[in-house]
Design a protein around this ligand. Structure first.
Ligand code: AQP
Length: 321
């Protein structure tokens, strides 16, 4: 069945292999057979601390990541959220059907608020409502995201239900799509998800040069002293993806036999990750800012047709115009 797919990533810094394995890699597969909308979540990203002088460069950088990873504007619609005012307008309408208590439960809000106590702004709190608007605007049936976004997609379904109940059937409830690696863990604190806000040495960025990958992996924590070996398991999970099956099997056997050499595992993984992204790094360097601007402008025109239709329908239903 052909799905309508929507997902986005915030332009707030470099993409790490968690973002790639949890979402972007899946986008590339999904565009082959579904109607896909992939956007740059720039309005989401201003709810966190940021430098306005950097923002445009970050939008361009992330679009280059999308393209170099294999997103093809002929197969999917790529656009920047802020280029369509319809998203923020629909978010306001959804604000008026969303109970505050539902937003107070969001764990990502609690995490982020505890990290930026000096800037607990309304946007950070309302983020999931804007996300619901992004998704429901295109009547998406499926949303490819990492596990950390599950609670937000569930809220999107609830908002669709609240709206439909009050104003008549309008929105379908989207399902969540996960990859086999929906939660890649930090290199230095493997009990937490890999997150750029934890710091550069916690993450492998997809455009890291081979030397950087090697040095970060060399410092990766394997034993967290909890007896669960989450760090070691994270590295084995990564080698399953980035290395040949034979190599993965060898390290799993070594691990089961209790003689796994972590230095060997880390060196192999560093080589294979660097190799995996070699083509990506090359392509990214070849994509110009002008290419990006044209793709985002064409994408906004395409997305806007659908967004305008949805908003017209919504405005009529809620009694505005
Ligand atoms: N560690 C992860 N494993 C798997 N998937 C992940 N995602 C994020 N981290 C992991 C998925 O990547 C997509 C883009 O997410 P985002 O734009 O919301 O970025 P983020 O989650 O805010 O990324 P960071 O690195 O964690 O940023 P900070 O530290 O600034 O909060 C989503 O689909 C997400 O699930």
């Amino acid at each position: 069945m052909k799905e309508i797919i929507l997902s986005g990533i915030q332009p707030s810094g470099k993409l790490h292999i968690g973002n790639y394995l949890g979402s972007l890699r899946n986008f590339v597969e999904l565009q082959k057979q579904h109607e896909c909308y992939f956007f740059i979540a720039d309005y989401h990203s201003i709810s966190e601390d940021y430098d306005p002088k950097q923002k445009q460069a970050q939008v361009i950088e992330l679009t280059r990541d999308y393209l170099a990873a294999g997103l093809d504007p002929k197969k999917c619609t790529i656009f920047a959220q802020s280029h369509l005012s319809q998203h923020t307008e629909l978010a306001w309408i959804f604000n008026c059907v969303t109970p505050i208590s539902y937003l107070e439960r969001m764990t990502q809000y609690k995490d982020k608020a505890s990290r930026q106590k000096h800037n607990i702004n309304m946007g950070l709190f309302d983020y999931p409502v804007l996300q619901a608007a992004d998704i429901l605007m295109y009547k998406a049936t499926a949303v490819p995201v990492g596990i950390d976004q599950d609670q937000h997609v569930e809220l999107t379904r609830q908002i669709a239900r609240f709206f439909n109940k009050r104003f008549g059937n309008t929105f379908t409830e989207p399902k969540t799509l996960h990859t086999d690696t929906p939660k890649v863990m930090s290199l230095l604190e493997p009990e937490k998800k890999m997150s750029k806000s934890l710091g550069d040495n916690h993450c492998i960025y997809i455009d890291d040069e081979p030397e950087a990958i090697k040095s970060k992996l060399a410092k990766a924590v394997t034993d967290t002293g909890d007896g669960k070996g989450v760090g070691a398991q994270n590295l084995l999970d990564l080698i399953k993806i980035f290395s040949d099956k034979k190599i993965h099997d060898k390290f799993v056997n070594d691990s089961n036999a209790g003689n796994l050499k972590y230095s060997e595992l880390k060196a192999q993984l560093a080589t294979d990750i660097a190799e995996y992204f070699a083509d990506f790094r090359k392509k990214k360097k070849e994509i110009s800012n002008n290419d990006v601007k044209k793709i985002l402008s064409d994408g906004a025109t395409k997305a806007s047709k659908v967004a305008t239709q949805t908003l017209d329908e919504v405005r009529k239903k809620i009694g505005i115009r």
